[in-house]
Unconditional design. Sequence first.
Length: 318
Amino acid sequence: MKKVLLSILAVAAMASCVQSEDVNPQQLIDFGSPFVGGTTKAADPSYGEGGEDLTLFNVYGTVNAGEGVVNIFDGVEVTGTVGGGVWSYGAEHKQYWFEGAIYNFAAVVDAETVAKDAYNMPTTLTPAKNGEYLKDLLYADAGPITAAEPYSPVNFEFKHLLAKAQFVVTSTTESGYYYKVEDIKIHNFSTGTYTISTGAWATAVENAKAYELGDIAKVSADDAQGVTNTTQVLLIPTTTDFEVEFVVRLYNDNGTPSDTADDVLMRTINCTDANAKTVETDLVKGYAYNFNLALTSGTEIQFTVNNNPTWTDGDITL
């Protein structure tokens, strides 16, 4: 115990010396241009295309100058603009490079809780929520780095740890008709823990509450590229089947504006309860998924004639 205590004090003493006014300011530990990466199965605007909307992360870090590991960053806020140069953190948290010391860093965005090891480095993460929905959870690490001139900024490449889903509807219905898709919901899982060392999520805990994706007011044959609802949801990656729930209605324009045609109901398709659609796919971290619903024309009204018309003889008595 004494040896560990002495090691911590020794490195702390060296760190305090490095932070004196005589130190070359180029030795300040700073952070370069973070990048948000990861493959996707659909367009993924989270944190912008390439991450230009990322403005803040929490950094953790340790140093070992030969006398034991010491924590130097413990969830310190770092702010900036992706592609805008070196990012900054509070003057009260400034740390400096120590020649030959070994450093390790980690960075987290939007975690509800961060479990840490004995050196205050993250071990598990739980995503934060924005109202009823999960917020995007990002993680990056860098190291081990052996400090040597020239001292370069620490660059982070963040990865999305959640999966994202949106609902896309296409239609091949005939001219003069359109569909409405309403009450779109995804029954899924709301809680779970990500273990950094294994890169895996613990079994998610199912929540009876559904994620509500809203409505798509009108889908017609003109929407060949599909119509996407405005709500996108972030989900904990899972290999467990889950259900998608929605109601589809087919309307006839009858030459009237769409906002007054709602009383012309032609057909209703319910995909709820026992008729719910079970999605058979894995949700993989870092992937954005489109739930694609292709709607075809309703059943056409048709007519048949079984026999040719014939005359029946009739007698007329005068």
